[in-house]
Design a protein around this ligand. Structure first.
Ligand SMILES: NC(=O)c1ccc[n+]([C@@H]2O[C@H](COP(=O)([O-])OP(=O)(O)OC[C@H]3O[C@@H](n4cnc5c(N)ncnc54)[C@H](OP(=O)(O)O)[C@@H]3O)[C@@H](O)[C@H]2O)c1
Length: 306
């Protein structure tokens, strides 16, 4: 039987991001008091969501946010998430992903506030995945390194914090901030073929499921490292083919290639992926299989267009 968790005060960094927006909706739906850390983007939220300005490049702003939120939990979802941009602007990635996490941890160190830090499958090198929570990270690009350095700041703090590693979010960003899968679809429709790597493999994670699992972890006070993602591990090529079929596109909409042929600035963990058994056996939030997740995402897109 589900017991109703008591209301918590929860601050969310990156509240306007893809996961941040799902978190705000989920946490409000579960009766929590939500404080949204906002940077440039300001979506229209209901009036009872408190907005607090936050610029992670400014230590003073970061500290001010952490102290004035007076939260039971800070879910630290803000990050520089563009993997190729991190590679070309390493100093910015270090500032936002690593140093600001240190600033937040230091600001809450003398308080009762605990942190949920969002991390990534890119902390692993992708030589012999999938990986469990106990496998040693070995990042191969600036994004993965700086996110892992953020993890280290959280691990060095006293117990009670949570690190959630996830992978490739499935969600709706819309025309202004299309998600990776929306960009895939756009290319297949407007500029085919989409070149998709058969040797880049990982999990796909519906962002609403991730928000629900995070809510449950913090309501139950479960600390430590958690891998939370869709169970199946697929190649980018197989994912692209599945999306093309779902939208009745011609098979020529996708071209199979190696990751190296894409000429991207940053390396990716290729044979990667997260083992999610620990979360699956502990958390009651359930992730649909990939086919159903994609169908729900497609339905969500259609609703958005209407
Ligand atoms: N997306 C994925 O597939 C994926 C996979 C695994 C893990 N993750 C992790 O999950 C978390 C959420 O990812 P996401 O895809 O939801 O992110 P996102 O949509 O790219 O949003 C990032 C958020 O961070 C904010 N932000 C960036 N720089 C900031 C700064 N200097 N000060 C304050 N806020 C700043 C952005 O605000 P503005 O837009 O207003 O600047 C935005 O709200 C991240 O920690 C990411 O590393 C993501």
């Amino acid at each position: 039987m589900n017991s109703q968790p008591s209301s918590l005060r929860i601050a969310v960094t990156g509240a306007a991001g893809l996961l941040g927006q799902a978190l705000i909706a989920t946490l409000r739906g579960r009766g929590h008091v939500v404080i949204a850390g906002v940077h440039h983007a300001r979506p229209s939220w209901p009036e009872n969501v408190t907005l607090l300005p936050l610029d992670l490049t400014e230590p003073r702003s970061t500290t001010q946010f952490a102290t004035s939120a007076q939260a039971d939990w800070i879910i630290h979802a803000a990050a520089m998430t563009d993997v190729d941009r991190c590679e070309s602007e390493p100093a910015s990635a270090e500032r936002v992903n690593r140093d600001a996490t240190r600033d937040l941890i230091s600001a809450i160190s003398q308080t009762q506030t605990r942190m949920v830090y969002l991390s990534t499958d890119y902390v692993f090198d992708g030589r012999d995945g999938p990986y469990s929570e106990d496998d040693p990270p070995n990042p191969i690009n600036v994004y993965g390194r700086t996110k892992y350095e953020g993890e280290c700041a959280v691990r060095e703090a006293p117990d009670g914090h949570v690190i959630v590693r996830s992978a490739s979010f499935l969600g709706i960003g819309g025309p202004r901030r299309p998600t990776f899968i929306e960009r895939m679809l756009q290319t297949m429709r407007d500029h085919p073929p989409l070149r998709a790597a058969h040797d880049q493999r990982g999990n796909i994670t519906p962002v609403d499921f991730l928000a629900l699992a995070i809510a449950e972890l913090l309501e139950r006070g479960l600390g430590g490292v958690w891998h939370v993602a869709g169970r199946e591990i697929v190649s980018r090529y197989d994912l692209a083919v599945a999306v093309a079929r779902m939208f009745d596109l011609l098979s020529t909409a996708v071209a199979r290639c190696n990751y190296a042929e894409l000429g991207r600035p940053a390396k990716r963990p290729l044979n990667g992926g997260l083992i999610v058994t620990k979360a699956e056996t502990t958390v009651s939030a359930r992730c649909d299989g990939l086919a159903l997740s994609l169908r729900k995402w497609k339905d969500g897109l259609a609703d958005r267009i209407v």
